[in-house]
Design a binder for this molecule. Structure first.
Ligand SMILES: *[C@@H]1O[C@H](CO)[C@@H](O)[C@H](O)[C@H]1NC(C)=O
Ligand SMILES: *[C@@H]1O[C@H](CO)[C@@H](O)[C@H](O)[C@H]1NC(C)=O
Ligand SMILES: *[C@@H]1O[C@H](CO)[C@@H](O)[C@H](O)[C@H]1NC(C)=O
Length: 312
């Protein structure tokens, strides 16, 4: 197998925007009666817009294996959740021949596709940090059971963290949580509720948003009032300031066409972590920021200077 090309598009929240345009255009143009109907559609359809787990079309059946990217030392896991779902996860084991640290990156992906599409990113993280990598599949995505929603994805994130904590191979590992786009909101919530245990050494956020309502409001200004109907809130702007014990790296693609960069600077200014670092990728769009030069260098510097320098 030849070396893998740059990571494929990480997909994005753009489908939500595209879908929302279809639903939200109506109230702008139509009479108030139709607007009520459209609002109802938004209310009931929003899970399909926010969690497009069938994009691309074969995302529920075709999860690329690490083998396709030349990786041999990995495990394909099914992890049970406390509420009866079964989550697929890929564990890329750190190389034992290297003088590796006890470091494990837990990855949460954006709102489309599946973990297989992100294996090249996990591989690059592993090559950068000589670490273990766990890619978690949310409920309702890829080979995981269930249906996605905000409550469920929060359970899924906790389930993955608890899995790492109880597996002997990960004893004394320092955990770094990595979240892209929607995964950033998942990551923020997980770190905020687990920072006291001391095993989370860092949080890396890429192109994530203040909250779903503000995202809809900035992407589709005329739909601002409909945004209030969103029952999926992902209120990172309220949760992120609770993180006071974990260093945070913000990676912001300045050409992000889906989540406007002010969402990232807004989160950064709300951040109360004593160790916070903001790095921009000037040519990075929403999907391809991860493939921009400097992305993994920023991660390497952050982990070396802010995470490992302080570790006991
Ligand atoms: C990002 O991914 C979405 C979903 O696959 C796609 O529709 C969009 O064209 C991509 N954007 C870029 C800039 O690659
Ligand atoms: C991780 O820590 C454990 C327990 O302290 C130790 O036995 C193991 O060798 C460490 N692994 C690495 C890769 O440093
Ligand atoms: C951004 O893209 C332009 C045009 O391709 C290029 O000249 C520039 O060096 C790039 N900047 C970075 C930071 O990659």
């Amino acid at each position: 197998m030849s070396e893998s090309p740059p990571p494929p598009p990480a997909w994005s929240i753009s489908n939500m925007a595209n879908g929302a345009v279809q639903f939200l255009r109506l109230p702008v143009l139509a009479s108030s009666g139709l607007a009520v109907v459209a609002s109802g559609l938004l209310y009931f359809k929003q899970n399909e817009l926010i969690y497009p787990r069938n994009v691309p079309a074969d995302a529920r059946t075709n999860v690329p294996s690490p083998r396709m990217f030349g990786i041999t030392d990995f495990e394909d896991l099914q992890i049970p959740t406390p509420d009866g779902e079964s989550l697929n996860a890929i564990f890329l084991r750190q190389s034992k021949t290297r003088q590796s640290r006890n470091l494990t990156v837990l990855m949460f992906h954006g709102n489309a596709g599946n973990i297989g599409h992100r294996v090249p990113i996990g591989k690059a993280l592993q090559e950068t940090l000589h670490c273990n990598v766990i890619l978690l599949e949310y409920r309702g995505y890829g080979m995981s059971t269930g249906t996605p929603d905000e409550v469920g994805l929060k359970i899924d994130a906790q389930t993955a963290l608890d899995y790492i904590r109880q597996r002997p191979e990960f004893k004394d590992t320092t955990i770094i949580v990595h979240g892209q786009s929607l995964g950033g909101a998942v990551a923020i919530n997980l770190v905020a509720t687990n920072q006291d245990s001391g095993d989370i050494g860092g949080l890396i956020l890429e192109n994530t948003f203040m909250c779903i309502r503000k995202l809809i409001a900035t992407v589709l200004p005329p739909a601002r009032y409909v945004a209030r109907l969103c029952h999926q809130t992902w209120a990172s702007e309220d949760v992120l300031p609770k993180i006071t014990k974990v260093p945070i790296l913000f990676l912001s693609g300045l050409k992000d066409e889906i989540v406007p960069p002010p969402h990232m600077t807004g989160l950064f200014s709300l951040c109360k972590s004593p160790s916070k670092v903001f790095r921009t990728l000037p040519n990075g769009s929403h999907n391809d920021t991860v493939a921009e030069p400097g992305y993994f260098d920023h991660i390497h510097s952050f982990v070396t200077e802010e995470v490992l320098a302080d570790s006991k």
